[in-house]
Design a protein around this ligand. Sequence first.
Ligand code: NAD
Length: 465
Amino acid sequence: MLSKSLVGCSNSPKASAKIESSALSHIYEEAYKKHAQTFNMCGYAAPKIDKVRVGVVGLGARGQGAIRRLSVIDGLEITALCDELSEQVQKAKERITTSGHSAVEFSGKEDSWMEMCQRDDIDLVYVCTPWYLHAPIGVYAMEQGKHVALEIPAATTVEDCWKLVETSEKTKKHCVILENCCYDFFELLTINLARNGFFGDIVHAEGAYIHEIGKSLFYRGKPGRSWRLKENMTRNGSLYPTHGIGPVAQVMNINRGNRMEYLTSTSTDDFMMNNYAKELSQEEDYFKQFIDQPFRGNMNSTVIRTVFGQTIMIQHDVTTPRPYSRLHVISGTKGYAQKYPLPGRLSDPEHGRNWFSDEEFKAIEEKYNPPIIKKMQDIAKEVGGHGGMDFLMDWRLIDCLRNGLPVDMDVYDAASWSVLGPLSEWSVANRSMPIDIPDFTNGSWKANIPHDILLESGGTTGVRV
Ligand SMILES: NC(=O)c1ccc[n+]([C@@H]2O[C@H](COP(=O)([O-])OP(=O)(O)OC[C@H]3O[C@@H](n4cnc5c(N)ncnc54)[C@H](O)[C@@H]3O)[C@@H](O)[C@H]2O)c1
């Protein structure tokens, strides 16, 4: 076996602190706690809201983008803006270029969002804060009678996943996870192909968040906004699982006829982040505080088994130098799809298992692209946000609320996709031992039906561009 130094690693990962498995025993306990369903939020249609009044909290990079997208949707009024930093609120105000918005400002305190949630001129609280605030704000906002939309992951602990489920059921308020990758065009095509039998029985799927942003996390943290770096140096596992699992879960009808049963998770050591900390601290003392912290292993691979004996692999790597990938692999008894490296491709099972040609692929798209793509693709690309998927997600959410339709990604999706994070942490800390994935639907998954991708109702919300 090659020693660490022979494979080019001057840093000894063993020397740095590790997260003790005993410190994570609460994750195991929470995963096996029993909870009863009090109301089934899957398929629930809340009363129509003709004009959806939105309060946005967290106006950093992602929140500013959300403001721009939300402000062009008809039947939507931005009534409140909240960020701990008042300059972020001012910036957001300037991004609203359409008429009809009268945003009240909340800032200055860590809990200014509470005051915002108490207002009675808000229907939806849209949350783009650091991860650890998603669930607390979500729970509080639902208790104040608001629907909530939470950036990813919706929660970082098993306990908070359950709190979101219980609060959504108790208040009958939607808790939507803002998993934009579920609205990327190839992913939507694969959902429709799955429903039309293209893959046969799905045997295995893969998803990921592989994005080389590791070194930049140190800079983003300067001077006081180091939340993402802190997550990466205090937790070890699949911290950002929902870009990978979201679209795959929808293809496989998870929580709607299918269920994730258990997972095992394995992480490499950290081969890079501690070296970055050392390198950067040569330039500036500020970075010395990050040396020898228990950085998460650079690559995490989590394998999930469903109750029907299928597997899903979710990978997470924000550090090694490789091209961006979310994998998005669907492998069935009859067909195969793979999105990365781009462009997305489909295999032709009848002709030597080769990829369909560009012309054949276009013909399949023509036939199987779901109506939401046909109707909204051009405008989504124009408004933008990761090529249009962000806008498609926002538009669809608002259209569902305005038309009183069930939401595509409900609280059970939010909880079961997000819980992979803390469960993977436990498994990693326990030599990749298996851990059950809680059934947040309490058995309702057997009768819950898949979400509508055919725009059978709704689709009435206009866009101002
Ligand atoms: N879906 C996607 O493609 C995507 C892309 C980027 C980020 N995100 C998610 O969006 C969220 C925000 O990420 P970001 O990159 O914008 O981070 P950021 O650090 O740029 O922004 C976070 C904002 O939250 C504010 N904030 C912090 N504490 C607060 C509090 N107590 N009350 C009010 N505001 C508070 C900060 O001042 C900051 O403006 C994260 O959950 C991230 O995972 C999602």
